[in-house]
Structure formats: structure tokens, C-alpha cells
Design a protein around this ligand. Structure first.
Ligand code: ZN
Length: 337
């Protein structure tokens, strides 16, 4: 499906009111293990097939990714970390774990990670240029655990953090809100912006699960004091509980911060019966929290929102949750025609 095949004739949605979908088969080429690693290519195949079955693919504006440059990766990552990844994952045969943490890489992982980071930048460009109103980026490997100098937790480069810096540097955006609903805390994203008041980081997660960060007392430091907001939730957290966190904590904080762009670290391992998570969020719950964030984008930043896949490991639940998520992103498109 190419962009020119999208419904864009008179009487149908104009691109400005559409939702973009960023995906490419390149993202299937990162293999994290030979035998049953949860972060596997089948995750994206399940998402695409779920969108197809739900009849949503034809309503989405397909965005073709590009590869991130070294300059773009170093908006967040230390050049010495890039060199480490190139050393350990470049010209690799078979599998190995990055020396910085529990991230298995294979022959094409470095290349795919560059396309994942670059893909999110492409989605950001599509929103900023008015090609689409908002977008979902189905990329892997995920990114929110990767810090400036450390790949960990299945993450090589921090796709969302790079996008936030890119928005500021290339598009002149001053304030970016990052909303992270992955079951795990996005330590890499928090670290990147911990003392920076130009990027607000909001996260719901299970504090105590991997990677062990994300307590409510972590609120930022220096200039960035009060621009990190962690809302730990207990095991079994329901749709109602996560929605309450979004309505009572995120909404007032976002209004106060007044972002010009919203990035979502959409981790669907907060779903019921996930292989790596112990929350109880259903597709309806993901739809409800998406609606809160989409409404904030509409209210505060002309609808500008890019959502990026992080975790989510039970294939059927992942597909259903992404479908529910994208349906709400599309509602924004319809509402603003
Ligand atoms: Zn996760």
C-alpha cells in the first residue's frame, strides 16, 4: 500500500485529517533470539494482520520510513555508545547480548534499529508538515529503556527520546510531552530529560518490575524539577485505575505544561495476560487512555501526536489493543474534518 493509493479524493478525508501508519518489513529483520524470545517479529505481523482484519488499513495513510543518521542518533546517544553498538552488532553472525544490558542482537539489528529511530522521525515529519494529523509507528526494536550510553531491556536506541530532540532541533518545537503507558518504566526516556524542563515525561507502570526505576518521588531535578511524573500502579491494575491516573494526574499536568507536540510510548504489555506484564488493561482500556491523550493533543497542540510501539507480547491481545488504539486516533481525524 503506497501513500498515493490512500483514500484522498474529493469527499474523503484529506491527509491533514488522517491518521498515519508507519510500518515496513525491515522491522521484521531484527531477531532477538532463535527460540521464543517474546520481542519477536511476529508482534508486528500480528498488528498488521489485526488492522487488516478490522478493515482499518485502508483508512490509514501509509508512511514510508527512512533510516536515522548518526547525527540524529547522537541527539540522545553518546558517540561512544554508538561505537559500542557498531562494534558489537556490526558484522555479527548469530546472536549476542549487548555488553550494556539484556538486549539480544543479531546480524541486521543495528540496521533495523536505525530504521526504527528513523521511522519515528518520518512519522513526526508527516505530522509537522500536515500530511497527517497523527500517526502510529509500528517499529521494533523498542526504545524506552535505552539511555544515553546503554542499550537494555530489548532496546538499542531510544526512538521516542530521539524524536523529542529532533522535534526541538529540526522543527523548532519547544515543549514536548511524552506519555508512556508501557507496563515497565521508561528509565531511558526519564534519564534523558530528567533535568530538562522542555520535555515532560509521564509514565504509568508497575514500580518494582524491570528495570526497578519509576518511583513517584522521582520528579526531575534542577531545571527539570516537576517535569517528570511517575504514577506507579499495582499488579492487576484495571482499565478504571489506569484511566483514573490519566484523568487525574496527566490531564492537569499536561495543561500546565502546555506541550506543542505529544509523543506516546505505547507499550501494550500493560494488557491483560501479557507474557511479561501483570496488569489487567483491556482493549477498551487502551481506547480510553488513548482518548484522553488524543483530546489533550486536540486541546493543546492542534492534534499533533505520534504514538510509537514499545512492549506488548501476547500476540492476540497486542493486535486487539493496537486496533482499539488506532480506532481512537482515527476518531480525531474524523472529528476534525
Ligand atoms: Zn514493557
Amino acid at each position: 500500500m503506497a501513500a498515493e493509493e490512500q483514500p484522498n479524493s474529493a469527499g474523503e478525508s484529506s491527509p491533514r485529517n488522517m491518521t498515519g501508519f508507519l510500518y515496513d518489513e525491515i522491522y521484521l529483520r531484527h531477531l532477538a533470539d532463535q527460540a521464543g524470545h517474546p520481542e519477536r517479529p511476529e508482534r508486528l505481523m500480528a498488528i498488521v494482520s489485526g488492522l487488516e482484519k478490522a478493515g482499518l488499513l485502508r483508512s490509514l495513510y501509509r508512511i514510508t520510513p527512512r533510516k536515522a543518521t548518526e547525527e540524529q542518533l547522537t541527539l540522545v546517544h553518546d558517540p561512544s555508545y554508538l561505537a559500542l553498538v557498531q562494534r558489537e552488532a556490526g558484522n555479527l553472525q548469530g546472536f549476542r547480548t549487548l555488553s550494556t544490558g539484556d538486549t539480544v542482537v543479531s546480524e541486521d539489528s543495528l540496521e533495523v534499529a536505525c530504521w526504527a529511530a528513523g521511522g519515528v522521525l518520518t512519522a513526526v515529519d508527516a505530522v509537522m508538515s500536515g500530511q497527517v494529523r497523527n500517526a502510529f509507528a509500528a517499529v521494533r526494536p523498542p526504545g524506552h529503556h535505552a539511555t544515553e550510553n546503554r542499550g537494555m531491556g530489548f532496546c538499542i536506541f531510544n526512538n521516542v527520546a530521539i524524536a523529542a530532540r529532533y522535534l526541538q532541533k529540526v522543527h523548532g518545537i519547544q515543549r514536548v510531552l511524552i506519555v508512556d503507558w508501557d507496563y515497565h518504566h521508561g528509565n531511558g526516556t526519564q534519564d534523558t530529560f530528567y533535568d530538562d524542563d522542555s520535555v515532560f515525561y509521564f509514565s504509568t507502570h508497575h514500580y518494582g518490575a524491570y528495570p526497578g526505576t519509576g518511583s513517584a518521588v522521582e520528579t526531575g531535578s534542577g531545571q527539570g524539577e516537576e517535569t517528570t511524573l511517575n504514577v506507579p500502579l499495582p499488579v492487576g491494575a484495571s482499565d478504571a485505575l489506569i484511566l483514573q491516573a490519566f484523568e487525574t494526574k496527566l490531564v492537569p499536568a499536561a495543561r500546565k505544561f502546555s506541550p506543542q507536540f505529544i509523543l506516546v510510548s505505547a507499550g501494550f504489555d500493560a494488557m491483560r495476560h501479557d507474557l511479561l506484564g501483570r496488569f489487567n488493561v483491556t482493549p477498551d482500556g487502551f481506547a480510553a487512555i488513548t482518548r484522553v491523550v488524543r483530546n489533550l493533543a486536540d486541546e493543546l497542540c492542534q492534534g499533533r501526536l505520534v504514538s510509537v510501539l514499545e512492549g506488548g507480547y501476547r500476540l492476540e491481545g497486542l493486535a486487539e489493543s493496537v486496533v482499539a488504539h488506532i480506532k481512537v486516533l482515527l476518531e480525531a481525524s474524523v472529528a476534525n474534518q
